[in-house]
Design a binder for this molecule. Structure first.
Ligand code: CUA
Length: 403
């Protein structure tokens, strides 16, 4: 009787092993299918393995080192597991109980030393890269101050080759190619994290402390970034774009911004720019438009949470609300009608609620905002974008009016 039970147990175990091998095989095949599906996707705006700057190259080198070491460890461990499972599996005819052992000093020393050596191999280049990047961030060709807001980015262009550019933008960082930009990160609210995977590692944006990084972009084109530290309701919609341009284009763009978009409530608008509707006065308490009278809304570290993005050249932007909506008249109207329904929790919604602006005002303001473009029209950025798409990936579909 006892013997038969043993046999049955043995059979169950063998079936269990076959079942497990089958399960593992199925999971592996599924995993490979999923991975190959990811590979077929040709839009990888947040790719971390296509570096386009020396800083990102450094990180890529560390990543490769970790990857290959991890692969060697993985294959080694799997081989030992398979070998042990086959070599020491329960024999068909169960013999006497094998000798029971406890502990093996030589093995234990070995498997302490090997991981220690591997960690050391990772530690040395990691620390040297950290120090190298910190030293690189001390001085550069131009200085940019980035303020993390809830939930968007304000970008101040400071000194470039001795002159103060004095440009303030939102959610779009322009950089001249092959020049070292020093990016200083500020916050007057919560902790954010500034991350453009193709250009640099992520760096926290901490209230009361300025973190600094350098970016020397090598390729022309658009690079996508986002906030990488949970910072409240709309953390997921705190995206931005880095446009890397030839130096001449960069300064043309700077001049467009500095010239700004005139046409105030009490000033005739120049040709091509719609005259600001009277209700735009409400906008000016929180937003600036360069070249416009009464454009002195607070910016930077002292600005209250309600202070909004600079609206200069608004008509040239790809998106609204930090990458959430495509920039078109219909979406601007939906936003003005009821900002809370588009991006819940945003600070503009504490001022503009459903019904604050009449339908006529909404239409006039949207027309005006879309008309804010430089004299020569919006710049088309030279250079082939190295990564698709031209617009933000996965921007929300157009919001329907009245929703
Ligand atoms: Cu800012 Cu997450």
């Amino acid at each position: 009787m006892k013997r038969r039970i043993h046999e049955r147990v043995g059979q169950t175990r063998r079936r269990g092993l076959t079942g497990r091998v089958l399960t593992l095989g199925t999971i592996s095949v599924l995993a490979m299918l999923v991975l190959s599906a990811c590979g077929a996707e040709d839009v990888k705006p947040y790719t971390t393995i296509s570096p386009a700057s020396p800083n990102a190259d450094d990180i890529q080198s560390l990543y490769k080192l970790v990857f290959w070491l991890a692969l060697v460890v993985f294959i080694g461990v799997q081989l030992v597991i398979v070998y042990s499972a086959l070599k020491f599996r329960k024999p068909k005819d169960e013999g006497p109980r094998p000798p029971q052992i406890h502990g093996n000093k030589r093995l234990e020393i070995l498997w302490t030393i090997i991981p220690a050596v591997i960690l050391l191999v990772l530690l040395i280049p990691t620390i040297s890269t950290l120090f190298h990047q910190a030293a690189e961030a001390k001085s550069g060709d131009l200085t940019i101050d980035v303020y993390g807001k809830q939930w968007w980015w304000e970008i101040h262009y400071g000194d470039a080759k001795g002159q103060n550019l004095g440009v303030i933008t939102a959610n779009e960082v322009h950089l001249p190619v092959d020049q070292k930009a020093i990016i200083r990160l500020h916050s007057n609210n919560v902790i954010h994290s500034f991350w453009v995977p193709q250009l640099a590692g992520k760096l926290d944006v901490i209230p009361g402390h300025v973190n600094t990084m350098s970016i020397t972009p090598r390729d022309l084109g658009n690079f996508y970034g986002e906030c990488a530290e949970f910072c409240g309701t709309q953390h997921a919609w705190m995206r931005f774009k880095v446009v890397v341009q030839p130096e001449n284009d960069f300064y043309t763009w700077v001049n467009d911004w500095r010239t700004g978009n005139p046409g105030t409530t009490n000033q005739a608008a120049p040709a091509g720019i719609a005259k600001a509707p009277p209700s735009f006065a409400i906008c000016l308490s929180c937003h600036r438009v360069n070249g416009m009278e009464n454009s002195a809304a607070p910016v930077g570290i002292d600005a209250p949470a309600t202070a909004g993005p600079n609206l200069t050249n608004f008509g040239c932007r790809d998106t609204l609300a930090a990458g959430m909506l495509l920039n078109n008249k219909q979406n601007v109207e939906a936003w003005l009608r009821d900002p809370a329904s588009v991006k819940a929790g945003n600070w503009m919604a504490t001022v503009i609620k459903k019904g604050t602006l009449s339908e006529q005002e909404v239409e006039q303001l949207a027309t005006y905002l879309e008309s804010l473009k430089p004299k020569g029209g919006c710049m088309t950025y030279s250079g082939q974008p190295v990564n698709k798409p031209a617009a933000y990936p996965a921007a929300s579909p157009a919001a329907t009016p009245g929703t």
